[in-house]
Design a protein around this ligand. Structure first.
Ligand code: ADP
Ligand code: GLC
Length: 476
């Protein structure tokens, strides 16, 4: 049995700020457990819900050398849905009410600690992985610690590493002197030009690099999308591949989802999907009218997600025969923008500036279309959730959006959504209006598209196989 350890800063159901948590929470369950023993290690944040913390079992504790101190490491474990999870306990580093803080230097100290602790616990929990799979900048130092500080110990010497980029924009950068001091890592891990950059360390030291779609794997080798890392990614392009994300087809299933008002499937969506729409209209105080096209947004409200395009044409869009339901949090200017438009166009816009799992499922199930005009998008899971619920995505052709949404072709009656190429607000508006035309004037075509969208398979089945092949190849 090959042993794989996932090291990550978030995972469903324990802690989530974005798609990373969905991936780390669902991919291990999809890896073939006859051949791979996949375990996951996470920080034991104080903000994890009490019900989970109560179920964690204390295993052991010890101290490691970190930041010129002998630093406490506690280890807890919990088995949930067949997956073995470990949690690193340290109140000083993880007592906050959010997994991440506004202070990047402090977050670097916290996650560099976590990365070193995650490797240090392995002999104590008697788990000796063949491969350590790290995710995003928070765990970028794991491959570096392994090769610089642990490799001399025979327990660690055979371990391979994979570093997965979920988002290249966040890198964990700080002054080299400071980070060298806290970690004890040598100069060569860092670089004069880049300073200490934890993501870059993962890119340099990982045996293989993956990202979450084929298109993003290509894009990040260019200067436009490379966030300063394109040179290294070109250098390592032989070790870099894209594997598109899946979603959990049990949690996201319109046929059985307990969070939605009326369950439906491919054969019943024509009559039952709109019952969800009516219920949501009632709940959010919008005019109840199942014939009105409802467009949903569930998103972090940031520049990455194309919010400035929406800002640019929202007044024009609100002149159309549509309803817009927004669920999101993020930059204050975008939160206020949606609040303002909900006030200005009370019968058209519903702004839910909050985080709500339950409401997100209702939006995926109730809307006709889902808007996601990202500036860049490593993969994107929201559009996959929308497809699963027969809610047609309107996306910009970038990263995973390009790889997962097939644009409508009216001549061949193909496609699962609508897309546009350039980062241009009126190009987006044009496509939204084209979608309105199909919705209002070609309902049969629209419904056939819903059918195709619900048939598309973005479960983990295919992608989990690709991860397994890569693990096999690396472990040998
Ligand atoms: P990213 O990770 O870049 O934020 P993804 O599309 O990969 O984007 O994943 C976003 C995840 O977070 C999805 O599961 C989406 O449903 C969820 N999400 C985003 N905002 C909210 C919110 N306000 N309430 C509930 N779920 C949200
Ligand atoms: C990041 C990306 C998103 C991706 C998610 C999971 O948050 O922004 O596109 O789907 O990670 O890989």
């Amino acid at each position: 049995m090959k042993k794989i350890l996932f090291v990550a800063s978030e995972a469903v159901p324990f802690i989530k700020t974005g798609g990373l948590a969905d991936v780390v929470g669902s991919l291990p369950k999809s890896i073939d457990s006859e051949y791979f023993d996949v375990r996951v290690i996470l920080p034991k944040y104080a903000c994890i819900k009490q019900e989970w913390k109560e179920r964690m079992q204390y295993i052991t504790h010890f101290h490691i050398d970190y930041n010129w101190n002998s630093t406490y490491v506690g280890v807890f474990e919990l088995i949930e849905d067949g997956v073995h999870y470990y949690f690193i306990d340290n109140e000083y580093y993880f007592h906050q009410d959010q997994p991440y803080t506004d202070d990047i230097r402090w977050d670097i100290e916290r996650f560099a600690y976590f990365s070193k602790a995650a490797l240090s616990v392995l002999p104590d929990i008697d788990f000796c992985p063949d491969l350590v799979h790290c995710h995003d900048w928070q765990t970028g130092l794991v491959p570096a610690f392994l090769k610089e500080q642990f490799v001399a110990n025979p327990f660690y010497s055979h371990m391979k590493t994979v570093f997965t980029i979920h988002n290249l924009k966040f890198q964990g950068r700080w002054g080299t002197w400071d980070v060298k001091n806290m970690t004890g890592l040598p100069d060569r891990v860092f670089d004069e030009e880049y300073g200490a950059n934890l993501l870059r360390a993962g890119l340099l030291y990982g045996d293989a690099i993956t990202t979450v779609s084929d298109t993003y794997a290509e894009e990040i080798k260019t200067q436009y999308y490379g966030e300063g890392m394109d040179g290294i990614l070109r250098m390592r392009s032989g070790d870099l591949r894209g594997i598109v994300n899946g979603i959990d087809y049990t949690d996201f299933n319109p046929e059985s989802d307990p969070l939605i008002v009326k369950n439906y499937d491919q054969s019943t969506f024509r009559k039952d999907k709109s019952k969800n729409k009516r219920a949501l209209q009632r709940e959010l105080g919008l005019p109840v009218d199942e014939k009105k096209m409802m467009i949903g947004i569930v998103s972090r409200l940031t520049d990455q997600k194309g919010m400035d395009l929406i800002a640019c044409v929202l007044d024009e869009l609100c002149a159309d025969e549509i309803q817009l339901v927004v669920l999101g949090t993020g930059e204050e200017r975008y939160e206020n923008m949606f609040r303002h438009f909900a006030w200005k166009y009370g019968d058209k816009v519903a702004a839910n500036i909050c985080y709500s799992e339950a409401l997100s499922h209702k939006v995926y199930a109730s809307c006709d279309a889902f808007l996601m005009p990202s500036l860049f998008e490593p993969c994107g899971l929201s559009q996959l959730m929308s497809l699963r619920y027969g809610t047609l995505p309107i996306v910009r052709e970038t990263g995973g959006l390009k790889d997962t949404v097939e644009p409508y072709n009216e001549y061949e009656s193909k496609g699962t959504g609508f897309s546009f190429t350039n980062y241009n607000a009126h190009e987006m508006l044009g496509v939204i209006r084209y979608a309105q035309h199909v919705f209002y004037d070609k309902k049969r075509e629209w419904n056939k598209m819903v059918d195709r969208a619900m048939k598309a398979d973005f479960s983990w089945k295919n992608s989990a196989k690709k991860y397994q092949e890569m693990y096999d190849w690396l472990i040998g």
